[in-house]
Design a protein around this ligand. Structure first.
Ligand code: SF4
Length: 376
């Protein structure tokens, strides 16, 4: 399904497309840079604040573009590490954006390093068994503007609380495209959004600070390898053999490991960046010695870092999280096989931070009142 809004989000315009749109409507090209500066450096949230633009131009902008394609309806905080923002889109769809803080000693919550996890689709068609985003299926792709505006919503929330040497810098450090949806299934809009995030006139995020996560779409991984911008890549592997991976990720039937691994190797060779392999540990499904040894061999071949994530319970599945002893034993096998590996004890489990869970809960139960939200 394609949603066509009345007005398109201005955050979806690259500097080139905005220049072209201005020229077509009789406005000078240099206005594009001024508009970008208001949007991405000063980060104003109304046309009237763009005070060096003529009234006629502000009226044209207002009639042509949507300045608020995403609107926050709920914030949930987990301890000191994770904030989840539920955003409503113009068609009433809900998406999630997550702020993940890396606690640093001697540094307060607001000043810690922040990674923003953005969504690229409403729902997801890929049905990975551990993931709530796919439970209600795919609804639609996000536009580039809806992807970029998630970053601006975070800035609107965080800028005033974060000390920055230069206030034009965004108030977060890294972007991971790992929220709701399979990013590479919305390839063109994703690339347009990341071009805007990467543009020095936009948010100025270097490609090495942007990680794209995929469940393993081989043709798109090969396409991404050819892009001039060298983003980081994270692959949701979750199984070191086809037999095991298929139980967890249906996409493996379409792109089995013998196609996926060479595609990822190609990406790695083109960009010379270390890959991350995500591996959710599920007791007696993929946490065996055999899986650990095979995973170590794949990681060595790809020069990849392995991120182990102990499984979180999903309703309707009888899989279990392995004991700490089994988790540590798995990690030890990787390390003794000369693989760089860490265990990520899930952040934000208590605020439904696992992909898609908060959205499903609100769609089912409605938006809680502020008092209810505090209690949950
Ligand atoms: S893990 Fe990603 S690709 Fe898999 S169902 Fe969830 S959102 Fe989709």
């Amino acid at each position: 399904m394609k949603f066509i809004p009345e007005k398109r989000p201005i955050q979806g315009e690259t500097i080139a497309s905005l220049t072209a749109a201005l020229a077509e409507s009789g406005h000078p090209a240099f206005r594009a840079r001024q508009i970008y500066e208001w949007l991405y450096k000063k980060r104003v949230r109304s046309w009237d604040e763009m005070t060096n633009l003529s009234r006629a131009l502000r009226t044209w902008l207002d009639e042509t573009y949507d300045l608020h394609p995403t609107q926050p309806i709920l914030n949930k905080t987990s301890g000191d590490v994770t904030d989840k923002i539920l955003l409503s889109l113009r068609d009433g769809s809900l998406i999630e954006t997550v702020i993940i803080r890396a606690p640093q000693s001697g540094v307060g919550r607001d000043q810690s390093r922040k990674t923003i996890c953005v969504s690229t689709q409403v729902g997801c068609a890929y049905g990975c068994k551990f993931c709530a985003s796919g439970l209600a299926g795919w609804k639609r792709d996000l536009s580039a503007g809806e992807i970029v505006d998630q970053l601006l919503e975070v800035c609107a929330r965080e800028d005033s609380r974060t000390d920055r040497a230069d206030p034009s810098l965004a108030s977060f450090d890294n972007i991971v495209v790992m929220g709701m949806g399979e990013p590479l299934a919305n390839y063109d809009n994703l690339l347009q959004a990341l071009t805007i995030a990467n543009d020095p006139l936009g948010l100025g995020f270097g490609a090495r600070r942007i990680t794209v996560s995929t469940s393993g779409l081989v043709p798109q991984i090969l396409r991404l390898a050819e892009e001039p911008m060298g983003f980081r890549l994270a692959l949701s592997l979750h199984g070191a053999t086809n037999e095991v991976r298929e139980q967890i990720m249906p996409i493996n039937r379409r792109y089995p490991l013998e196609e996926l691994i060479p595609a990822v190797r190609t990406f790695s060779r083109h960009h010379g960046r270390m890959l991350t392999l995500e591996f959710i540990l599920i007791e007696e499904v993929n946490d065996t010695l055999d899986q650990a040894e095979r995973l170590a061999a794949i990681a060595r071949d790809l020069h990849a870092h392995v991120n182990l994530i102990p499984y979180n319970t999903v309703e309707g599945l009888d899989w279990r999280r392995p004991s700490l002893r089994r988790q540590d034993r798995f990690l030890e096998i990787l390390k003794s096989g000369s693989v760089s590996a860490t265990i990520r004890r899930e952040k934000g489990h208590d605020i439904d931070a696992a992909c898609g869970q908060l959205r499903l809960k609100v769609e089912k139960d409605g938006v809680p009142t502020p008092a209810e939200a505090k209690k949950t």
